[in-house]
Design a binder for this molecule. Structure first.
Ligand code: COA
Length: 165
């Protein structure tokens, strides 16, 4: 059974567990690195702050009671835009619709708060995630995303109109 849980800042140990697993397992997918969140970067108040972004919606997916995935919706530029970030599903739980369910939940929440556009950034060579986003109706905006560590490439910015959902 697949369930979603909305996290509050007191749930930071669960978010920490999943986020550290995500950064270790899929370093190619994220702008943040494991090193930034380990050692001196691994502090309760920092995790609490991450789960206290005003107007954000932080979700964990539980498959048969076990936490296997995560995603957040955070306010974007302007009241009408929400950003989908921190998307990850444990490899043992992939291909079962967990990613789909997380995206759908963020879409629903974003529409309910009056947003008309859901945006995200994805690494240009992350074909698995891009395929999932395209299947859910996201298209390339053509806008230049954040610069990659190589100083040349850029993240791909995708968006979906929620009004048409
Ligand atoms: C990208 C990612 C989140 C997808 O998660 P997921 O839970 O496997 O996603 P889904 O199961 O919803 O969809 C993946 C595939 O499973 C298929 N699928 C969906 N529901 C299914 C179900 N009930 N049963 C079987 N397969 C299913 C989908 O058709 C999809 O296949 P396709 O994209 O090849 O057509 C996951 O691969 C991941 O965490 N990757 C590393 C981190 C990452 O890239 N994050 C994104 C940062 S932008």
């Amino acid at each position: 059974m697949l369930e979603l849980r909305i996290l509050k800042s007191d749930d930071w140990p669960l978010w920490r567990e999943l986020r550290l697993a995500a950064l270790a397992e899929a370093p190619y997918a994220f702008g943040s690195t494991l090193a930034q969140w380990q050692g001196p970067g691994d502090r309760e108040e920092r995790w609490r702050a991450r789960l206290s972004i005003p107007g954000a919606h932080d979700l964990v997916a539980l498959l048969d009671g076990l936490p296997v995935g995560m995603a957040s919706g955070v306010p974007g530029e302007g009241a009408e835009t929400v950003e989908l970030i921190s998307m990850w599903v444990n490899p043992t739980a992939r291909g079962k619709g967990v990613g789909d369910c997380l995206i759908q939940a963020v879409e629903r929440w974003a529409a309910e708060r009056g947003a008309t556009t859901l945006r995200l950034s994805v690494m240009p060579d992350n074909h698995t995630a891009t395929a999932l986003y395209e299947r859910r109706g996201f298209t390339d905006t053509g806008e230049p995303g954040d610069l990659l560590p190589d100083g040349v490439g850029r993240e791909r910015v995708m968006a979906k109109s929620l009004a048409a959902a």
